[in-house]
Design a protein around this ligand. Structure first.
Ligand SMILES: [Zn+2]
Length: 187
């Protein structure tokens, strides 16, 4: 989570101030000169459970050093697009696959990164050829029953989608995640 030190409007140092808000007294980082406030609201992030030829595509991000971490396709929304347009664009940019059908699975908090995840299941055109963006180092296509969910964030979306397919989701153990993260630059 990024934290502002200086005001982006006037470059004055920010201070912690107590504000009386609808929900009561709340501590905020704010500028004592111009009044700018760092609200630190969660950022919406789109995530896609990409189904291609009857399997689920998980990809490995170039920013991760662990070769064992595969994840859903994710990305930020751009100004002027709907979430549906955003996830369709992200899937095309990252995998070259064309989305033919989208279903909203759910909305999940991911407090560690101060994000709100909007998770879709995406069907893709069978004839499409997978070509990864440079952001991604590799991908794997998983049978539904072989998918293992992270016990956080996108994992809950994947679990809910599996349940909708009458598959009871398996979750990764925290011990294993810590082992993988020890070799990984980001979480
Ligand atoms: Zn200021």
């Amino acid at each position: 989570m990024s934290d502002y030190k200086y005001c982006p409007m006037c470059a004055n140092s920010l201070a912690l101030v107590i504000r009386q808000e609808d929900s009561g007294a709340t501590e905020r980082r704010a500028c004592t000169q111009c009044g700018w406030t760092h609200w630190n609201n969660p950022t919406p992030v789109l995530a896609g459970i990409v189904e291609h030829k009857g399997k689920i595509l998980l990809a490995r991000n170039a920013a991760w050093s662990s070769p064992h971490r595969f994840a859903l396709i994710t990305g930020f929304m751009e100004a002027g697009e709907s979430p549906q347009e955003g996830i369709t664009r992200e899937i095309k940019e990252e995998t070259n696959l064309e989305v033919t059908h989208l279903q909203l699975i759910g909305v999940y908090d991911f407090q560690r990164r101060n994000q709100v995840l909007i998770v879709y299941h995406a069907l893709t055109k069978d004839g499409g050829e997978i070509r990864l963006s440079p952001e991604l180092l590799g991908y794997r296509l998983f049978e539904f029953k072989d998918l293992i969910c992270w016990p956080a964030g996108t994992g809950y979306g994947l679990a809910d989608w599996l349940k909708s397919k009458s598959i009871s989701p398996q979750f990764m153990e925290w011990e294993e995640i810590e082992r993988i993260n020890a070799a990984s630059s980001t979480i």
